[in-house]
Design a protein around this ligand. Structure first.
Ligand SMILES: NC(=O)C1=CN([C@@H]2O[C@H](COP(=O)(O)OP(=O)(O)OC[C@H]3O[C@@H](n4cnc5c(N)ncnc54)[C@H](O)[C@@H]3O)[C@@H](O)[C@H]2O)[C@@H](O)CC1
Ligand SMILES: Nc1ncnc2c1ncn2[C@@H]1O[C@H](COP(=O)(O)OP(=O)(O)O)[C@@H](O)[C@H]1O
Ligand SMILES: [K+]
Length: 499
């Protein structure tokens, strides 16, 4: 607890010092009845000793006794929270330089109640200057990222030991701000728990990204077949094919109507337009912008032959309605929340239960797992945080992008990037001595890891492209243009630091 409190106090002091002098700055800690409140009080005691004006709002009749004694001994002032003073206290706290949220931690059952809920709801409206959450924002489910409102949005969350699953899945992650981990000596223990939610680091991604050997040729690099776009949504074909080319596929074969193909070739003369027998490919991308019977038929045909040949397939947008009864794990579905809701509704195994887009957005981790389990496929659920579930339930979470990426065509670019990575890795991903094996990834989870690599490259490309405009808005084309640099720098960084 002392280590946790020390780490928390250190982070709070550092954040305050970015804005003003520490001595004389005001901090209020919101204290619940458990150990989370204890951490908050011990941290506040340390801050009082560094000259901060400290107040503790005590939200329970009994709080951590030893921590309260330390807080009082350091000169801190306690105020009891009651229904009658919740609003008044909210106004007072909102004027402070920083608020520490230590109401509920990992022992919480459900959300904030009574006066605590009232206080937090009012504070959230008052938009305090700086909020630091102790371990996790109170009201979050540490295991799922589901949120019991109200929650006070944090600027920084200082979390102890391991990063909780609830800080890597929305909507929880969206409330947590920047997440910092403080080691408290239980890390070795955590390593042995099988991690059901993982986030790949830049170094993991560098290790998994394909890097052509000296003797590579275009066919050995991986050929991607693409059935995307339609007369109505020609842009999806243009974007996905070009993104696939930029992300390093050896070659792209495009199947679609002449009108779309002309636009595809105008943007990507490197692609081939296939009008009858498409020739050999290592992987397929089906569905981005696919509409109309003729193009759906092409997607259906390609899907059937891929299933028969055991080739990996990305199933996006328009092709999500064409799934076989049971998909293999090397079929990667790429829905956004609305498409996932529709998909789940169409599966016989979902039964009569109706799933809405709102349901998926409030429990993305639950539903992405459910979809992977029910279809047998790997499922990538797009969003601010993108979750990828393998059919075995292991989930990867990547959150590297910027909200400017919520723009038309962004998903088509992701599909193209994923297609390129899939075609390049298709023949080596299961090798016993390959990069995926070296990272300790089980066979059934490798497709999900690959999809997570694509999501991260896509997110990083968006972040880089936006940074090039001082954090300004993006088009899908701008995201795409940054993809080669992101791959190049991840590869270079990995080469520089590899063990
Ligand atoms: N190894 C560890 O697990 C460590 C835990 N630490 C801290 O301990 C915290 C967990 O402590 P606790 O297990 O005491 O859990 P909490 O601090 O979350 O408090 C749980 C207590 O609050 C009550 N409670 C549960 N749900 C409630 C609700 N909705 N409204 C009101 N009261 C509710 C419970 O009856 C219980 O007494 C962590 O979040 C972290 O801050 C750290 O001190 C470091 C070490
Ligand atoms: N708020 C956000 N922050 C970061 N990335 C986002 C956000 N919203 C969406 N994205 C990303 O942008 C892409 C949008 O894809 P999609 O919804 O299929 O759009 P479209 O169909 O227009 O291409 C996904 O990769 C998703 O993860
Ligand atoms: K908390």
């Amino acid at each position: 607890m002392q280590r946790a409190a020390y780490g928390l106090a250190h982070a709070v002091a550092r954040e305050v010092k970015k804005r003003r002098k520490l001595a004389g700055a005001s901090v209020t800690v919101l204290v619940g009845k458990g150990n989370n409140g204890g951490d908050g009080l011990f941290a506040a005691a340390l801050l009082a000793r560094r000259g901060m004006r400290t107040t503790a709002v005590l939200a329970a009749a009994e709080v951590h006794a030893e921590a309260l004694a330390a807080f009082v001994a350091a000169g801190g002032r306690g105020v009891r929270l009651e229904a009658a003073n919740a609003e008044e206290l909210a106004v007072l706290c909102a004027g402070d330089d920083v608020i520490i949220d230590a109401l509920l931690g990992t022992g919480a059952r459900g959300g904030l109640r009574d006066a605590s809920a009232e206080l937090v709801a009012s504070l959230q409206e008052l938009r305090p200057r700086l909020v630091v959450a102790c371990d996790l924002p109170s009201g979050l489910d540490a295991n799922t990222g589901e949120v019991h409102w109200p929650v006070l949005d944090a600027d920084v969350t200082v979390t102890f030991g391991g990063i909780k699953a609830g800080l890597m899945a929305d909507p929880g992650e969206g409330c947590a701000g920047r997440v910092e981990r403080v080691p408290i000596g239980i890390e070795k223990q955590l390593e042995h728990n099988s991690p059901e939610l993982r986030r790949l680091t830049a170094s993991d991604i560098g290790a998994l990204l394909p890097n052509p050997g000296r003797r590579a040729h275009k066919y050995s690099r991986g050929v991607l077949g693409v059935v995307a776009g339609s007369a109505r949504f020609a842009g999806a074909a243009v974007l996905s094919v070009h993104a696939a080319a930029l992300a390093g596929s050896g070659m792209v074969r495009y199947l679609g109507p002449q009108a779309a193909a002309q636009l595809v070739l105008a943007r990507t003369p490197e692609a081939l337009w296939e009008t009858d027998d498409p020739g050999r490919v290592q992987a397929w991308l089906l569905g981005s912008g696919v509409a109309g019977e003729e193009q759906l038929e092409r997607a259906r045909d390609a899907g059937s032959s891929a299933l028969a040949d055991g080739l990996p397939v990305i199933v996006d947008a328009g092709a999500l309605s064409l799934l076989p009864d049971r998909c293999p794990p090397h079929w990667i579905l790429t829905p956004h929340a609305g498409e996932l809701a529709t998909l789940l509704g169409s599966l016989p195994s979902t039964g009569e239960v109706k799933v809405t887009r709102d349901d998926v957005e409030s429990r993305p981790l639950h539903y992405v797992r459910q979809a992977a389990e029910q279809t047998g496929a790997t499922v990538l659920l797009k969003g601010a945080t993108t979750l990828v579930s393998s059919p075995s339930g292991v989930v990867f979470s990547q959150s590297d992008g910027t909200a400017w990426m919520a723009t038309a065509g962004s998903g088509d670019v992701l599909a193209g990037v994923l297609g390129a990575l899939l075609a390049q890795a298709a023949e080596s991903i299961n090798d016993d001595d390959g990069a995926y094996a070296r990272l300790g990834l089980k066979l059934e989870d490798r497709w999900a890891a690959l999809a997570a690599v694509a999501a991260s490259v896509h997110g990083r490309a968006g972040a880089l492209a936006s940074a090039n405009f001082d954090g300004g808005p993006l088009t899908a084309s701008a995201i795409m243009a940054a993809v080669p640099r992101v791959i190049g720098s991840l590869n270079a960084e990995y080469d520089r630091t590899r063990p």
